[in-house]
Design a binder for this molecule. Structure first.
Ligand SMILES: [Zn+2]
Length: 359
């Protein structure tokens, strides 16, 4: 016969599974929406650039920022003059282009492709002779100029929904309980004043230095959610878990899903942050639909969330429907305190924009 504790454990597992199923469905719904598709289609206009060109763009953008010409210190979407025109935007007067190195390619034709010496370069409008194979090859480089989106004006730039920071109080004892698990795993907890000290992130886990950092300039609810997220990284993604480190996108999906479960068990609805965040990172994993990525992490996420919850001596929401992701559930006291704030975060933009950037 199952003991009461076993029954409770089974009930909790079932609740977490249900919660994870709802997260998966919410991600699926978000990424199939029009806004999301428009944003992805827009991002697809930007090609990835070489490492050297990325450095050139960042350095020149930083210089433009110093001069007060652009509002953000880091570039967003970057494209050439005509490409911006094609997207319905115009480079504004007085904005300097960033010089990069563009490849120059030539077309070559050969009737006997196996013979390396037989290839001849075609003139600009020259057509190959019948039966000839044609290849493009880089023959040199030339300087080219690109502009950041903030240096242009015109049609709006479609952006996907951004994660919204939680507002309000944290449940009693939750910060302390999570902090002691971080310490028990051998990590020191570091407080920093602002996101700018950790490259715009809300939190950072450093496996080499064995530190977890959470920014101080957020409400307690957002800080405790971030701490749960970082504890997820600590327990799941260290160097000893090599198989779990296959893709940053998967790690972020897992850590944030753990945070959602920990918070839901304490009556905090994190969906305003978690759904866009998880969707953005799941969308970075190539070869799978975002909802599939989320779904595939379910087992690991539940195991880690249960492990964390078991070691907490906080008051947890015992029965009933988990508050996270339930749009039409009446708000509980703690849920209402932790409503999502309409504040964009740099780290929130990162999943979708940074990787899709033309850098
Ligand atoms: Zn993370």
């Amino acid at each position: 016969m199952a003991t009461r504790r076993e029954d409770q454990q089974a009930a909790r597992e079932a609740r977490l599974d249900e919660l994870h199923g709802k997260l998966t469905a919410a991600v699926d719904q978000l990424v199939s929406g029009e806004d999301w598709k428009r944003a992805l289609a827009f991002a697809a206009n930007f090609r990835s650039r070489s490492f050297n060109n990325t450095l050139l763009i960042w350095a020149q953008h930083a210089a433009a920022y110093e001069r007060g010409l652009v509002p953000e210190s880091t570039p967003s979407y970057v494209a050439g003059y005509k490409q911006w025109q094609g997207l319905g935007r115009q480079v504004q007067k007085g904005q300097p282009g960033y010089q990069i190195i563009a490849p120059v390619t030539g077309r070559f034709a050969s009737a006997t492709p196996q013979d390396a010496d037989s290839w001849r370069r075609l003139g600009k409008f020259e057509k190959p002779r019948p039966g000839e194979a044609v290849r493009s090859k880089m023959v040199g480089v030339r300087p080219a100029y690109v502009w950041d989106a903030s240096q242009t004006a015109g049609d709006d730039i479609p952006e996907p929904p951004r994660p919204k920071l939680l507002e309000g109080e944290a449940p009693t004892g939750l910060w302390e309980g999570l902090a002691s698990q971080v310490k028990a795993a051998g990590f020191d907890l570091v407080d920093v004043v602002a996101a700018s000290e950790i490259y715009g992130a809300n939190g950072v886990t450093d496996y080499a230095a064995h530190t977890v950092t959470v920014r101080g300039d957020m409400d307690a609810a957002a800080r405790v959610k971030t701490l749960a997220h970082e504890l997820g990284h600590v327990l799941m993604h260290g160097p000893e878990n090599q198989d779990a480190r296959q893709h940053r996108g998967i790690s972020e999906v897992e850590a944030e899903s753990v945070a959602l479960m920990i918070c839901a068990a304490h009556g905090i609805d994190t969906s305003g942050y978690t759904i866009p965040y998880v969707s953005g990172w799941a969308g970075q994993v190539e070869g799978s639909e975002p909802a599939e990525v989320v779904k595939s992490t379910g087992e690991r996420v539940r195991t880690v969330a249960l492990k964390i919850l078991d070691q907490l001596d906080t008051t947890q929401v015992g029965n009933g429907t988990p508050p996270g992701l339930e749009r039409d559930t009446p708000a509980r006291e703690t849920t209402r305190q932790a409503v999502a704030a309409d504040r964009a975060t740099p780290v929130g933009r990162e999943p979708v924009l940074a990787e899709a950037r033309s850098l």
